[in-house]
Design a protein around this ligand. Structure first.
Ligand code: FAD
Length: 397
């Protein structure tokens, strides 16, 4: 246990907690990170992390703007973090092609494309085949959206790199389960671990991902977060590289809610994705999901018939009921903050900087209003992000 009082205790060493540790330690603050398991053992170790502006993050405008600024920040900083730590964080530029698999999907793409506020290009089905000639004509396409502004990163490795850089600057990582808070009046004064140890501090960040409902009991404010599990296959394909990130709109192939195809490394590709609520943190791939993912991928890209299934990546996304992240100070408990939700990889840099600025009371360059933790005392308004995607898949599936 640290002998001295810390400036900030971070609960959770996922990509959010490690990014906050990175930016706080850069300011020479004394940072302690408590992790119940291993660094990046939660959701951050199970995400595909393609960066860009996925269509389901274009609404509402505040989430769109945050995802855009967040992706931009990762694109700018990932190479520097890789160089600083010597860890290859898997950062590569790649174009993004969103395909419409139904008339409804095409309407959605046309409606959402202008909201991206990016240099994107609406394509006819023929133009989609021209951009990626390996797409099969057996899957009917209604159009597509092309965007050069995209990239990918390995979220597991990026989390490790952020942690390592923070450690080099003095942040202390301890394997401990946090079990409650120490309070002094209306201020937070520390964290109590499951073995009764107390880590005293001036500020606490809850970066607890899908475990946040447990932490919400400590602060006395509802912080509902649903574990929305996603399943993805890993394939090895030795043919000529497919470097376009391909996604889909209007897919009707349950239990898939979206099609996602991305190159992860030399000859490894990822195919996704499903979304269902699962209250057990497991990385199991259901047989029906495997069949749906594989058969759709081979139907759309017949060259993948030669690919080998080498594994899978499955884990729960931390999703509040409205699909918007929860960001900011905990109401009525000075010095406590919460940062949780999707898209946590796009936004990891932005959210790490946000925690730094909240702790140091620096002005923010955007409003936190739609994301504040106090919004759950009333019924939630609207469904965004993965929650909207799930609803659309249920309606049209
Ligand atoms: C299938 C899938 C697809 C995704 N696609 C994308 C995408 O394309 N783009 C994107 O940006 N995001 C995507 N995400 C979401 C992204 O992965 C998450 O938003 C992000 O990883 C969440 O990071 P986190 O640090 O909040 O949570 P986690 O990585 O889960 O970290 C939380 C940590 O807190 C620890 N913890 C919890 N409670 C305690 C306690 N009491 N004491 C100590 N430690 C504790 C846990 O052990 C865990 O290590 C996807 C996720 C999945 C599963």
């Amino acid at each position: 246990m640290p002998a001295e009082k810390a400036d900030v205790v971070i609960v959770g060493a996922g990509i959010v907690g490690c990014s906050a540790a990175y930016f706080l330690s850069q300011e020479k603050l004394k940072v302690v990170v408590l992790e119940q398991n291993a660094i990046a053992s939660g959701t951050s170790g199970h995400a595909p992390a393609s960066l860009g502006l996925t269509l389901h993050y274009t609404e509402p405008p505040e989430l769109c703007e945050m995802s855009r600024r967040g992706s931009q920040a990762v694109m700018e900083m990932a190479p520097a973090i890789a160089e600083e730590t010597g860890i290859d964080v898997g950062f590569r530029r790649q174009p993004d092609l969103a395909l419409a698999f139904s008339p409804h999907g095409w309407e959605e793409i046309q409606r959402l494309a202008p909201k991206q506020n990016l240099d994107n290009e609406l394509l006819t089905a023929e133009q989609c085949y021209a951009r990626e000639p390996r797409l099969s004509r057996d899957v009917k396409l209604y159009g597509g959206l092309w965007c050069d502004w995209a990239a990918r990163v390995d979220s597991y490795r990026l989390t490790l790199a952020l942690a390592q850089a923070a450690q080099k600057r003095g942040a202390q990582f301890l394997t401990r389960k946090a079990a409650g808070l120490v309070k002094q009046g209306s201020r937070v004064a520390g964290v109590v671990t499951s073995t009764g140890e107390r880590v005293l501090c001036d500020h606490v960040l809850l970066a607890t991902g899908v475990w946040t409902p447990e932490a919400s009991k400590w602060v006395g404010v509802p912080l509902p977060v649903h574990p929305m599990k996603g399943e993805q296959l890993l394939l090895d394909y030795d043919g000529p590289p497919i470097d376009t990130h391909i996604s889909g709109a209007g897919i009707s192939n349950p239990p898939m809610v979206n099609f996602l195809f991305t190159r992860r490394s030399e000859n490894t590709y990822l195919v996704g994705v499903t979304a269902y609520e699962s209250y057990v943190f497991d990385s199991i791939l259901r047989e029906e999901a495997k069949q749906a993912l594989l058969s759709f991928a081979v139907r759309l890209l017949p060259c993948l018939a030669e690919a080998r299934v080498t594994g899978h990546m499955s884990g729960p996304r931390p999703i509040p009921p409205d699909g918007m992240p929860i960001l900011g100070p905990v109401p009525s408990l000075e010095g406590a903050y919460v940062v949780v939700g999707n898209p946590g990889v796009y936004c990891c840099i932005l959210w790490g900087q946000l925690v730094r600025d909240l702790v140091l009371r620096r002005p923010l360059s955007y409003s936190l209003k739609p994301f504040l933790p106090d919004r759950f005392s009333a019924p939630v308004q609207g469904k965004y992000g993965i929650m909207a995607l799930r609803e659309a898949a249920a309606r049209h599936g």
